[in-house]
Design a protein around this ligand. Structure first.
Ligand code: G3H
Ligand code: 13P
Ligand code: ZN
Length: 311
């Protein structure tokens, strides 16, 4: 099976009341952990690459690793650019074999966001590639840029119809209170999402796939292991799983997860070195890291996204 676009995945997910996991990938072990989990659960997948990941691992290496994962698993997998910020970056990924791109114009004015997104959509659709746009702005860390809480803004439901009509995007990322990174809420703060905004968006765009960024749950088990093995993470709070399940049963068809992968991987490596400080063969500590990623992704597919058995 070749790489697929997100079109059919989202149609099925919307109708089925579940979401596809969009997992960020940076290296072979992460790709293997995620895809082995998806194979065992027979789940469709989106593997996404940020511009930082592309700089770190090299475009060609990542494409070839994902192609290898498809060969090994036979699963429908979309290869997606996460947070593309220019037309040129999106074009380069489309020309280089990606089947889906995000153009994140959320930091531009509404008009400029529409113009940039439209330009990417025209090129992408001419090449059979799907496009995700964004309206509203999440707080947190994105590609080394820290968006402060005061610069973050919820999506305005009154803008979504015009944005989708004028741009022709295939899916839309919205801001309802999720944020990037491991520190989404302050200690003592009760995590809350604006489901009222999601409902309003759904009413204005019936049947249209919505995307949630910044959707890691920051699973306490991994933070505890990190801190029990020499780490120094302050109180880290993520999005409760029941809220993600609720979103997945509504119009949300794609849920982005990166921080949870990082925590699972780091927890395994810290624990490993604490128990075996004399080890220096990378296979010794990358094997448990990969195993943790696999365990985490299986949990997400079955208990959070509900996309197991849907490949
Ligand atoms: O939203 C950002 C993703 O977590 C990717 O992070 O830009 O550090 O690769 P990165
Ligand atoms: P997290 O930092 O919550 O994992 O969000 C990842 C993300 O939105 C990637 O685009
Ligand atoms: Zn994101």
């Amino acid at each position: 099976m070749p790489l697929v676009s997100t079109k059919e995945m989202f149609e099925k997910a919307y109708k089925g009341g579940y979401a596809i996991g969009a997992f960020n990938v940076n290296n072979m072990e992460i790709i293997q952990g995620i895809t082995e989990a998806a194979k065992e659960e027979n789940a469709p997948l989106i593997l996404q690459v940020s511009s930082g990941a592309r700089k770190y691992a090299n475009h060609t290496y990542l494409v070839k690793l994902v192609e290898a994962a498809i060969q090994e698993t036979g699963l429908p997998i979309a290869l997606h650019l996460d947070h593309g910020d220019t037309f040129e970056l999106c074009k380069s990924c489309i020309d280089g074999g990606f089947t889906s791109v995000m153009i994140d114009g959320s930091h531009h004015s509404f008009e400029d966001n529409i113009a940039l997104t439209r330009q990417v959509v025209e090129y992408a659709h001419a090449h059979g590639v799907t496009v995700e746009g964004e309206l509203g702005r999440l707080a947190g860390i994105e590609d080394a840029v820290n968006v402060s809480e005061k610069d973050a803004s919820y999506t305005d439901p009154d803008q979504v119809q015009e944005f989708v009509e004028k741009t022709g995007v295939d899916s839309l990322a919205i801001a309802i209170g999720t944020s990037h990174g491991a520190y989404k809420f302050k200690p003592g703060q009760k995590p809350q999402l604006r489901f009222d905004i999601l409902e309003e968006v759904e009413k204005r765009l019936p049947g249209f796939p919505i995307v949630l960024h910044g959707a890691s749950s920051v699973i306490p088990k991994y933070v505890d292991i990190i801190n029990a093995n020499g780490g120094r993470m302050p109180d880290a709070i993520g999005i409760p799983e029941d809220m993600l399940r609720k979103a997945a049963s509504m119009a949300v068809c794609k849920i982005n997860i990166d921080s949870d992968l990082r925590l699972a991987m780091t927890a395994a490596i810290r624990e490993h070195f604490n128990q075996a400080p004399d080890h220096f063969d990378p296979r010794q500590y990358l094997s448990p890291a990969r195993a943790n990623i696999k365990e985490l992704v299986k949990h997400k597919l079955v208990n959070v996204l509900g996309c197991n058995g849907k490949a």
